[in-house]
Design a protein around this ligand. Structure first.
Ligand SMILES: N[C@@H](Cc1c[nH]cn1)C(=O)NCC(=O)O
Length: 445
């Protein structure tokens, strides 16, 4: 394996993903301008994001199957073409319908990128590097969110809507050129994806789904990622400002802190996964329990929650992003490479489906309380948010139960292959005893 080539291919893949994240988040940062351009309020504007996410989530499995069939190169390039066309459309759109079509095109292209880029990792790098590189892919891609918050917003303010979105479209054009010129599906000599696929497309899907490791990845992604998405993409800002009564400047600060924590948490999570592959689901469950606990404290806190508590909440939510990458690690370690795209697509639909369901439930619970006169202080009152956001605890509990159920199957499968996972307490006690005897041996030598 030619290592500089592997790094170049991965680097181009990561750049394509970073641009996809930038396209994905670009609309969210221009809420005020979009409101004026399309003459609509927040509710209609949020439907732009929701529809984009619906398209993204519903395409994950088909995209995964296509990546296995045609390889990453063509899928990443096609994704960039769709995103470029979507942003061109937004650049000239002046009605809600034409704007939504643009965002849906962006969602389609975005859906094709992450799964395809992740598939490059095990094909170009040795297995021991995969957990960390998977984390780094997610982490570096997140920088795209900062690009849309800072330079894109500045350009749009300086040169106007059309120039801003045309510049985004040109970034996708650059991705198409780079990918077609330099990105290859696999190192020379290893057979291209479509030739190594011994089963038909449907059989690949069925086999990926039947593998309990894929479903453990799906439920891990479902359980640990959605709360952060719901917060960052939909309800975090209204909760902090209208519910908790903080200024929009403080809320924006917390949102930026979210990105920073998610960025820095990636490598430690990757290292943990490399060192303790048999404790991946336990890690997911611990982070979920921690998130649920912090949410519970925030939601029952009498009156306005103190700022430090919200900082803790945002940190817990942000760690959910890198932790959800463990889901892709399950997909990779339990599936052969010819169905890795399909398995990754199945996993990636988990967190986004959970986020969409929860976003809807929170909105619905706010509406119901208001309609029934249960939130006299207003639709977005703190008491109404408390009830509505508590629904997340149910979704987390459901996901955790599914993780535990599928994990039993995975452990039975591992045991059949001679790998026995000791109960956590036994493993911790053994590790502690090993550590103590190492220290004693060091002290005596
Ligand atoms: N878990 C996220 C990515 C991530 C990594 N670090 C923080 N977030 C994920 O599943 N991403 C899919 C995508 O298309 O972005």
């Amino acid at each position: 394996m030619n290592s500089w080539r592997a790094w170049m291919v991965w680097g181009i893949g990561v750049f394509a993903y970073l641009v996809a994240v930038m396209q994905r988040t670009s609309f969210g940062v221009v809420g005020l301008e979009a409101s004026a351009r399309f003459h609509v309020g927040g509710a209609v504007l949020s439907s732009f994001t929701v529809l984009q996410l619906v398209v993204y989530a519903s395409l994950q499995v088909p995209v995964g199957m296509l990546v296995d069939r045609f390889g990453s190169r063509i899928m990443v390039a096609t994704g960039a073409v769709f995103m470029g066309l979507g942003q061109l459309q937004i650049a000239v759109a002046d009605s809600v319908v034409t704007g939504i079509i643009g965002r849906m095109l962006v969602g389609m292209g975005d859906a094709m990128t992450f799964v395809s880029v992740l598939r490059l990792v095990p094909l170009w790098f040795p297995a021991k590097r995969s957990p960390l590189l998977t984390q780094l892919t997610g982490m570096l891609g997140m920088l795209g969110q900062l690009v849309s918050v800072i330079p894109f917003l500045a350009l749009l303010h300086a040169s106007g809507w059309t120039t801003g979105f045309l510049s985004l479209a040109s970034m996708s054009a650059l991705v198409v050129v780079l990918v077609l010129a330099l990105l290859r599906n696999a190192p020379e000599g290893s057979a291209p994806a479509q030739q190594t696929q011994p089963e038909g497309t449907r059989a690949v899907l069925a086999a990926a789904w039947r593998q309990p490791g894929t479903r453990l990845g799906l439920w891990s992604h479902f359980t640990v990622q959605f709360s952060g998405n719901v917060f960052a993409l939909a309800w975090g800002f209204p909760f902090l400002v209208a519910g908790e009564g903080y200024s929009s400047g403080s809320a924006a600060g917390l949102m930026s802190f979210f990105v920073v924590v998610a960025l820095f948490a990636g490598p430690p999570v990757g290292r943990f996964v490399s060192r303790h592959p048999l404790r991946r689901s336990t890690f997911v469950l611990l982070i979920t329990a921690l998130t649920a606990l912090v949410w519970a404290v925030v939601l029952v806190y009498p009156g306005q929650a103190p700022f430090w508590l919200l900082v803790v909440l945002v940190a817990a939510l942000a760690v959910g992003g890198p932790s959800s990458m463990i889901g892709f690690d399950f997909a990779r370690t339990f599936n052969p490479s010819h169905r890795l795209g399909t398995a990754t697509g199945i996993v990636n639909s988990g967190g986004f489906v959970a986020a969409l369901i929860t976003m809807f439930l929170v909105g619905w619970l706010l509406d119901v309380q208001h309609a029934m006169g249960l939130s006299p202080a207003g639709l977005y009152s703190l008491s109404a948010f408390r009830v509505a956001l508590a629904v997340q605890l149910l979704v987390m509990a459901f996901g955790a139960v599914m993780v535990l159920r599928v994990r039993r199957k995975v452990r039975r499968q591992l045991a059949a292959n001679g790998v026995h996972v000791a109960p956590l307490l036994v493993a911790v006690r053994t590790a502690w005893a090993d550590y103590r005897s190492r220290r004693t041996a060091e002290a005596e030598s």
